[in-house]
Design a binder for this molecule. Structure first.
Ligand code: HEM
Length: 157
């Protein structure tokens, strides 16, 4: 007699992989910014305020995360200056950072699981905290924004 196929109730969902390579980061970055572009809270900052050139931004973000997670790659840049310049053109406060982080962590969890997946979410949270505190200083403190020269860098057009 042919054995019955295993009952569906016993089937386990396939385990998600961990983030182990630049290819994984590319998948994460593409999926994340796909969500960002459609997002009601922060999408317009990328699409309209900064008018991001995605062909340029996505590989740069893969470089960034490769440097953070694997300590290698070509990332050269200054996220603080970039976001401080952007904050002159549109509010980037608690609400925007919270949404950015929620989307980032949800995208990681959709695709990956494991120590590196946990680590990248913790790094994103720490960096978001630092960026938020530096570009939104408490009343009376000198904002980093005022230290950024008007002409550089270009954020969008
Ligand atoms: C509300 C939150 C955020 C907004 C609206 C935002 C927006 C942007 C925009 C518009 C750019 C410029 C893209 C371009 O024109 O090429 C940018 C660059 C960048 N962002 Fe964010 N960002 C946010 C949070 C974060 C966080 C939390 C991180 C890191 C964990 C991050 C990492 C970066 C990096 C590495 C760059 C490239 C900077 C460079 O030119 O080297 N961003 N972001």
């Amino acid at each position: 007699m042919t054995p019955e196929p295993q009952a569906k109730a016993n089937a386990r969902p396939a385990a998600k992989p961990d983030i182990t390579s630049r290819g994984c980061l590319r998948e994460l970055v593409n999926a994340f910014y796909g969500q960002v572009q459609k997002d009601a809270t922060i999408g317009f900052i990328f699409n309209e305020i900064a008018a991001v050139d995605w062909d340029h931004h996505l590989p740069k973000m893969v470089d960034f995360w490769e440097a953070i997670l694997f300590r290698r790659g070509n990332y050269q840049g200054n996220p603080l200056i970039m976001h401080a310049a952007l904050a002159r053109r549109t509010p980037i406060g608690k609400e925007q950072f919270t949404q950015w982080l929620a989307l980032f962590c949800a995208t990681v969890d959709d695709l990956f699981a494991g120590p590196n997946a946990t680590h990248i979410k913790n790094c994103a949270r720490d960096i978001a905290d630092v960026l938020h505190r530096r570009i939104n200083p408490p009343p009376g403190a000198v904002p980093v924004v005022s230290a950024v020269p008007l002409a550089s860098p270009d954020v969008g057009s």
